[in-house]
Ligand binder design. Structure first.
Ligand SMILES: Cc1cc2nc3c(=O)[nH]c(=O)nc-3n(C[C@H](O)[C@H](O)[C@H](O)COP(=O)(O)OP(=O)(O)OC[C@H]3O[C@@H](n4cnc5c(N)ncnc54)[C@H](O)[C@@H]3O)c2cc1C
Length: 522
C-alpha cells in the first residue's frame, strides 16, 4: 500500500468506512522506503526529498505528527556546485536565494525577484488549490481563469515550454541550467508547451524540500498509524489477482492466493492504468476504447534513476566549502551541471539508450538526522537520470551497475576529495531494480506516467478515467497516474477522497470548497 493508498484509506476511515488495503510487499509505504543495513546505516532507496509535506493539508488532517512524523527542512535547501567551485544556492529565505543569483548575474537576480513576487498570488490562489482538488474540464478551467488578470497571466505563461521560458527570461547559462534542472526533477519534458509556468511557480512556491526524521519509511509508519487509528486494516504480502465485478459494479478483489475480499462500497486502485484496466479487470468488463487508452498510457523517458549509496566514516567535505562555509550544511547538492546546453545532450542519450556524461544530485541525510547511521558515522547518496533500456535492454544494468557506480564516485571525489578514504561500504540501485521493486513504476518511471500524451489534469491517466472515477461504478483510482501526478504529494489520494465521499453522500469537515468556486473568487 503506497503512500497515496494509505492517505485515501485514512480519510475513508475518518469518514466512518471500514477499510482494508492489499500490499504486494512485506511492508507498506511504496516509495517511502528505508533499508537498514546490518551495521545500522539507513538508506532511503526511493523518495528522499519530500516537497513541503508539512504544508500538505493531509499532514494536518491526519494528525501525522501525533502519529510520529517529523520533517526537517534545511535552510540551504539546494546547492548546485559548479566545476570551478562556484555555487548557485536556493535558500528557504528568498532574499538569500536572490543574493546567490546575483553572484552569477545581477539581471537574473532581478528577474527572479520579479517572477517570485508576481507568482506568489498565482501559486497560492490558483495552482495550490488546483493541485488539492479534482481537476476541472479544460474548457471550464480556461473560461474561469480567463476572467481574472492572474488567471490570464497564468494561461499566457503556461503556453510556453519550460525551455522557452528560461531562454526568454534568464541570461546566465548556469542559472538557466539550475532552473531547468528543477523542472526536469519534476520530469516535465522541457520542450513541451503548456508547462512554462512550472518554473515561475517553483520560484514563487514556499514549498521547499524536506526530509523525514528516521528515514522516509518513518513517514509511512505515521501514515500506517493514522490508518490503524481509524480501524483500517493493511494486508501485507498479498497481491490482487482480479477486481471482482458483479452487476456492472466493482464489489471486491480476489487475491493471488484465491481469497475473495468483498467491499460494501468501493474498490480503489493506486496502481498504473495497465495494471488496473488490463491486468486486474477481465477484458469483457472494459470497453475496447478504454483498453486501448490504457494500453497507450505513456511513461516518462527521463524519469528513471540510478542511485549510488554510501556508508561513510565522515560526511562529504566539498572543496567549494573552503570558500563557502555554508556548503557544509547544504541539503540537496547538484554536481556535474554547469551549462544549460547539457540538457539537450542528456535527452539525446536517453532517446538512444546510452549513458550521458554524469549530472547527479543527492544528500548526506545524517548531517541533519544523525539517527540514520551509527554514532559518528554518516550516509550519503547520489542519483542520476539514466535510461531504463540501457543499450536497448534494461537487463544490461546487471553488468553495468558496478562500473557506473564507480564513475559516479569518481566525479563525487573530484568535488569532495575526502571520500577517497571515508567510504566504508557502498551499493547501487538501477532503474531495473526500481521497476522490479515497485511494478507500478513501469519502465522505472518513478512518476508513474508522463505529463504528455494528453495525460494531464482532467484527462490523467486518460480521457474517461480522469477525476478518479472509472467506467465501473464502485471502482476508483487514487495513485500517481491520476492528477496531479507522481512524487510524494499524497494529492491524488486527497482528491480521490473528495470524489468518493461526495459519491457516497458523506460530508467531511476537511473538504475544501469546490475548485470552480475557488477560481471564480480569485
Ligand atoms: C529512486 C527514487 C527516488 C525518488 N525520489 C523522490 C523524491 O525525492 N521525492 C518525491 O517526492 N518522490 C520521489 N520518488 C517518486 C515517488 O516515490 C513516487 O512518485 C510515489 O511513491 C508514487 O506514489 P504512489 O502512492 O502512487 O505509489 P507507490 O509509492 O509507488 O506505491 C505503489 C505500491 O503498490 C504496490 N504494488 C505495485 N504493484 C502491485 C501489485 N500488482 N499488487 C499489489 N501491490 C502492488 C507496491 O509494492 C507499492 O507499495 C522517487 C522514486 C524513486 C524510485
Amino acid at each position: 500500500m503506497r503512500h497515496n493508498g494509505l492517505i485515501l484509506q485514512a480519510y475513508l476511515g475518518k469518514a466512518g468506512l471500514k477499510t482494508l488495503a492489499i500490499e504486494r510487499r512485506a511492508i507498506a509505504g511504496g516509495g517511502l522506503s528505508t533499508l537498514e543495513d546490518p551495521r545500522g546505516f539507513l538508506h532511503n532507496t526511493h523518495a528522499f526529498f519530500l516537497r513541503a509535506i508539512t504544508a500538505m493539508r493531509w499532514y494536518a488532517d491526519l494528525e501525522l505528527e501525533r502519529h510520529g512524523a517529523r520533517l526537517i527542512e534545511p535552510e540551504l535547501n539546494v546547492a548546485l556546485i559548479t566545476r570551478d567551485g562556484r555555487a548557485l544556492e536556493w535558500w528557504t529565505d528568498i532574499e538569500r536565494t536572490i543574493a546567490s543569483f546575483a553572484d552569477f548575474s545581477q539581471r537574473d537576480a532581478q528577474t527572479l525577484r520579479r517572477w517570485h513576487d508576481e507568482f506568489v498570488p498565482i501559486v497560492t490562489q490558483i495552482l495550490a488549490p488546483e493541485a488539492h482538488s479534482p481537476p476541472l474540464p479544460p474548457a471550464e478551467r480556461r473560461a474561469l481563469l480567463s476572467r481574472t488578470s492572474a488567471g490570464r497571466r497564468l494561461l499566457a505563461v503556461s503556453a510556453l515550454s519550460p525551455l522557452e521560458f528560461v531562454e526568454r527570461e534568464f541570461e546566465h547559462p548556469t542559472i538557466k541550467a539550475g532552473l531547468l534542472f528543477f523542472n526536469g526533477l519534476r520530469e516535465v519534458d522541457l520542450r513541451l508547451p503548456g508547462f512554462g509556468h512550472h518554473i515561475a511557480a517553483l520560484l514563487a512556491s514556499p514549498a521547499k524540500a524536506q526530509m523525514s526524521r528516521g528515514g522516509s519509511a518513518a513517514l509511512a509508519r505515521a501514515l500506517e498509524a493514522a490508518v490503524r487509528a481509524t480501524g483500517g486494516e493493511i494486508k501485507l504480502a498479498a497481491e490482487p489477482r482480479r477486481i471482482v465485478v458483479e452487476g456492472g459494479r466493482a464489489v471486491g478483489v480476489e487475491t493471488a492466493d484465491g481469497e475473495l475480499i468483498r467491499a460494501n462500497h468501493l474498490v480503489a486502485s493506486s496502481l498504473n492504468p495497465q495494471q488496473t484496466f488490463l491486468d486486474l479487470l477481465d477484458a469483457a468488463l472494459v470497453p475496447r476504447d478504454m483498453r486501448e487508452r490504457a494500453r497507450r498510457f505513456q511513461y516518462n523517458l527521463l524519469a528513471p534513476l540510478f542511485a549510488l549509496h554510501l556508508d561513510l566514516a565522515e560526511p562529504p567535505r566539498y572543496r567549494a566549502s573552503a570558500e563557502r562555509g555554508e556548503l557544509a550544511r547544504a541539503f540537496m547538492v547538484i554536481l556535474g551541471l554547469d551549462h544549460v546546453d547539457q540538457f539537450g545532450d542528456i535527452v539525446r542519450h536517453h532517446e538512444a539508450g546510452t549513458i550521458p556524461p554524469t549530472v547527479m544530485w543527492g544528500a548526506c541525510p545524517t548531517l541533519f538526522d544523525p539517527s540514520q547511521a551509527p554514532e559518528g558515522r554518516h550516509t550519503a547518496f547520489m542519483w542520476e537520470k539514466l535510461p531504463y533500456r540501457v543499450h536497448g535492454d534494461a537487463e544490461n544494468w546487471e553488468r553495468l551497475r558496478e562500473e557506473h557506480g564507480r564513475a559516479m564516485l569518481k566525479l563525487w571525489q573530484q568535488h569532495a576529495p575526502n571520500l577517497a578514504d571515508a567510504v566504508i561500504d557502498s551499493f547501487t540501485r538501477t532503474p531495473l531494480d526500481i521497476a522490479r521493486d515497485l511494478p507500478n513504476m513501469r519502465d522505472g518511471d518513478l512518476l508513474v506516467g508522463a505529463f504528455a500524451n494528453d495525460q494531464v489534469g482532467y484527462h490523467r491517466p486518460f480521457a474517461g478515467a480522469g477525476n478518479y472515477r472509472t467506467h465501473l461504478p464502485g471502482l476508483y483510482l487514487c495513485g500517481a497516474s491520476s492528477h496531479p501526478g507522481g512524487n510524494i504529494t499524497g494529492l491524488p489520494a486527497y482528491n480521490a477522497a473528495q470524489v468518493i465521499l461526495a459519491d457516497l453522500g458523506l460530508a467531511a469537515d476537511w473538504m475544501p470548497a469546490p475548485i470552480a468556486a475557488q477560481l471564480a473568487a480569485v
